[in-house]
Design a protein around this ligand. Structure first.
Ligand code: SF4
Length: 511
């Protein structure tokens, strides 16, 4: 869609990653079409050409307009390292990444939103002129209207109200919530990468639910998306009918933190299959699966059942608030294997109370699971990450596990590898960088800007830190005594409730 309109508000919708990632982001797709559905807005997409190194001056995909010619640069930030790519793109366009180095008359207004800045805006506040706290359907149209009718000055009128955090707000800002998903904007047409073979590129993406009732203590998504809401069955069917037609696809990719928590999940999936469509559903809450549901997933063309127990220890799971034990995993795996499906498991290392002995137990349990697996390569794929303690979750008080411990435990876990079981571990350095930004403050924004100027490669984080005299360990490992996010936003739980939940987690380890 290339809307042309001389008098429109021109919005550069900057996706801080490459095009294929932008395609897979339903939030970005929805923002693009929502903005362009407003009469007086012309929104264009700008994406990165690579995830590190020198970036050419960004130009929009629609009209080739340079980034600095837009009225507004709007950036959705879903992952912590997106800030680095955002900073690389701004600098490549001649727009300083740090807010205080920009001149209102010379540079467009830079606004960020999404889960990462909503949960800890302290970094974003030094990079952006305004931070959108909460859900875009409630903030973006109001921002566009203010900017179009009153110019940049009028945007000050929004500052410090629910959903709009600006430098200098004296009180924490509440989160904006789209209470009714049926009334919230959802894209029908979606841009894609034809013929890419990527499941997301060949599917119509639809959001079934927002939030998750399980509220595991480490889960930032569930805490950000409070309260849990569902789109109605009728609205979902309507969107899917229109979406597959408009996009010329036969597959639906469902977005939901826990799909089978939707009250009409089975009916919806049966209807999708009955319509001759296929479906992709990402992570599934294991204790909501039964054989009928696995059969339904198979009938919908899904070839992998992904579940995330996070831990296989009955003791540790009481602390995380998520107990999916190996017998549940074995049962699901049996149903999946009978249908020639693979099983994918997510585990997390560095949980509170975890010891090497726990990981040795995991190895025994995974070996037992492997013995039951069919002789197919990769019948079981295990992905391992360190726990990254995120703001506004009960685990925000924890430090990131140290590198030696994580890598030693990954080595122990690798003993479970076999012809049928593969283990893929996230790099510690990547998780460390995530933790530094997730728990960062204004100094971390400077670190991000310097890191971006160096090229944004992972290893350059430490070079940038040395140059600025910043100790990244104090963010990753220091239990944050000062939690800047608590003074800036109120995205969900009150701080006292988080503290109580954290104490309950620690107490459960001693019980
Ligand atoms: S079940 Fe999954 S999505 Fe829901 S709170 Fe737990 S980890 Fe988050």
């Amino acid at each position: 869609m290339a809307k042309r309109c001389r008098s429109c508000l021109r919005v550069a919708l900057l996706y801080p990653a490459v095009y294929s990632a932008a395609v897979a982001s339903l939030a970005y797709q929805n923002l693009y079409y929502m903005l362009n559905s407003i009469d007086y807005v012309q929104a264009e997409r700008l994406v990165a050409t690579s995830m590190a190194g020198e970036e050419p001056p960004p130009r929009s995909l629609e009209t080739g307009t340079p980034l600095d010619r837009f009225d507004l640069v709007l950036v959705p930030v879903s992952y912590e390292l997106d800030y680095v790519t955002m900073a690389r793109m701004l600098e490549a366009a001649g727009v300083p990444a740090l807010r205080r180095a920009r001149q209102p008359g010379d540079h467009p207004l830079v606004v960020v939103g999404g889960p990462v800045p909503s949960m800890n805006p302290a970094v974003a506040l030094e990079l952006a002129d305004l931070v959108l706290v909460g859900e875009a359907e409630e903030t973006v149209p109001r921002l566009a209207e203010q900017l179009y009718t009153g110019g940049r000055e009028a945007v000050h009128g929004l500052a410090c109200r629910r959903g709009f955090l600006a430098p200098g707000c004296s009180e924490p800002v509440g989160k904006a919530v789209a209470w009714s998903l049926d009334e919230a904007f959802h894209s029908t047409l979606q841009f894609r990468v034809p013929g890419s073979g990527e499941p997301w590129g060949e599917a119509y993406m639809v959001e079934a639910s927002r939030g998750c009732p399980h509220m595991c203590r480490f889960c930032m998504e569930a805490h950000f998306l409070l309260p849990t809401r569902h789109r109605s069955l009728g609205r979902l069917k309507q969107l899917i009918e229109q979406g597959v037609e408009a996009n010329g696809v036969r597959r639906v990719a469902f977005y939901a933190l826990s799909f089978f928590d939707h009250p009409s999940a089975d009916e919806l999936l049966e209807w999708v299959v009955g319509e001759g469509l296929e479906a992709t559903i990402g992570s599934l809450r294991a204790d909501l699966l039964d054989e009928d549901r696995v059969e339904l997933l198979h009938a919908a063309g899904q070839r992998v059942v992904t579940v995330a127990p996070e831990t296989l220890s009955p003791r540790l799971c009481r602390a995380t608030g998520k107990c999916i034990m190996i017998d549940v995993v074995e049962e699901i795996a049996g149903w999946a294997w009978r249908r020639r499906m693979h099983i994918k498991l997510y585990l997390m290392l560095g949980l509170p109370g975890e010891t090497d002995r726990d990981i040795e137990d995991y190895v025994e349990q995974l070996r037992r699971l492997s013995r039951r697996a069919p002789p197919a390569r990769d019948a079981i794929r295990v992905t391992v990450n360190p726990l990254v303690p995120k703001p506004w979750t009960p685990f925000q008080y924890l430090p990131l596990v140290d590198r030696k411990t994580y890598e030693r435990r990954v080595r122990v876990l690798r003993r479970a590898q076999s012809k049928v079981l593969s283990i893929d571990a996230l790099s510690y350095r990547y998780a460390y960088a995530q933790a530094v930004i997730a728990r960062g403050d204004g100094r971390v924004a400077e670190l991000v800007a310097e890191w971006a100027r160096l090229g944004g490669r992972l290893g350059q984080l430490w070079t940038a830190a040395r140059r600025l005299g910043v100790n990244p360990d104090s963010y990753a490992h220091g239990p944050p005594e000062e939690r800047p996010w608590e003074h800036l936003v109120r995205p969900g739980y009150p701080p006292a409730a988080l503290r109580d939940s954290y104490r309950a987690a620690l107490a459960s380890l001693k019980a």
